[in-house]
Design a protein around this ligand. Structure first.
Ligand SMILES: *Cc1c(COP(=O)(O)O)cnc(C)c1O
Length: 359
């Protein structure tokens, strides 16, 4: 069986077309059963006793996250998602509060960075939004920030930054590199030596919603001592996420990444030249996120609604708030997982033409 067939067979049949993994992938039967089983165990023996019994599963989940992020020796904690992870990290960041990031940084991250009192400065990017390494190295050497924050694959554009190269640039400059891997984990190799990596469960790893993880290098791990603000935790969701991490590792990270890159390229080929839309990414960008910018006034929000209502196709309308320093208008985003076929993509292209004409 191919990877696509195994991925499809591992979860319920889709109602329509699901082209929205960057928002929330479809969970597997195994991940759903693991979470449900834990909830049942809570009812049988009590929530806190069940949590103790689940400790080995959660340890395996954290170890899988550490393996996928190249943080074998690191401290890994579960969070309620990527936003929570960044909030936790920044709230405990010790000394200097000057942060460098790219113009394409995720809007909600920019808001958190500001809320925690960090001064922000921009790293240089080219016309597509991609970091320019030599210029970035020079900027970091000239005026060293306290950390670099990078979102290696963004939510508003399927652009992939040269993560491994930037790790080298930051190491050279002696600046810790913090990675928002909400979109990168599962799509590109994130085990390349960053100092902090955090991500969400529900996106490319296809775990449940409302859970994520944060991995921090031992030298910075003092940051993660649980504070008095720690609240209750959704252990069932952590168990489901752990199951999804295990399944992802079993599927073969390199094979999944290669297939996602292929699906991205097939998407851009299927959508090239559609009237009223421009594909934003280079055809062979190794990401399964493809965005379409309207060229003739179509409204991505209305188009998304019509795709769901009339064709049962799920995509995303991404507004400028996703990347307020880079996006100049809203885009329509598709983010198919490994089981999406060329027939599916052709069906999407046809539906998009139909709803655009009616818009
Ligand atoms: C989805 C997303 C987040 C937020 O993740 P949550 O788990 O919902 O907090 C952060 N950064 C990027 C790039 C995202 O795509």
């Amino acid at each position: 069986m191919s990877l696509a067939d195994r991925w499809r067979a591992a979860r319920p049949p889709v109602a329509g077309l699901h082209l929205d993994s960057a928002a929330c992938s479809r969970q597997s039967y195994t991940a759903m059963a693991a979470a449900a089983q834990h909830a049942r165990h809570e009812a049988e023996v009590g929530g806190y006793v069940a949590a103790e019994a689940a400790a080995p599963v959660l340890d395996a989940g954290r170890a899988a996250f550490a393996a996928l992020t190249g943080m074998a020796a690191a401290e890994v904690v579960f969070t309620t998602g990527s936003r929570h992870a960044l909030d936790l990290l920044l709230s405990r960041w010790p000394a200097g509060r000057t942060l460098a990031c790219l113009p394409g940084e995720y809007g909600p991250n920019l808001a958190l960075i500001a809320a925690h009192g960090f001064r922000r400065r921009m790293l240089p990017a080219d016309g597509t939004g991609r970091v320019m390494l030599e210029e970035a190295a020079a900027a970091l050497a000239a005026d060293r920030p306290d950390l670099v924050h990078l979102t290696p694959v963004s939510s508003h554009r399927g652009l992939v930054h040269p993560l491994a190269d930037l790790v080298g640039v930051c190491a050279e400059a002696g600046v810790p590199l913090v990675i928002d891997a909400a979109q990168a984990l599962g799509q590109i190799d994130c085990a390349v030596g960053a100092d902090v990596v955090y991500s969400s469960s529900r996106k490319w790893l296809a775990g449940p919603r409302g859970v994520g993880a944060l991995a921090v290098r031992p030298e910075l791990a003092g940051l993660l001592v649980p504070g008095p603000e720690a609240g209750d935790e959704n252990v069932a969701a952590q168990v489901g996420f752990s199951a999804a991490l295990g399944e992802y590792l079993a599927a073969g990270p390199a094979a999944v990444r290669a297939r996602l890159a292929e699906v991205g390229s097939l998407s851009r080929q299927a959508l090239a030249g559609l009237a009223g839309w421009r594909v934003v990414e280079p055809v062979d960008e190794p990401s399964a996120i493809t965005t379409l910018a309207p060229t003739d006034g179509a409204d991505p929000v209305a188009v998304r609604s019509a795709l769901i209502a009339e064709h049962r196709i799920v995509a995303t309308a991404a507004g400028v708030e996703r990347a307020p320093l880079e996006l100049t208008g809203p885009v329509l985003r598709i983010s198919p997982h490994v089981d999406t076929t060329e027939t599916d993509l052709a069906a999407f292209a046809e539906a998009l033409v139909a709803v655009t004409a009616a818009d």
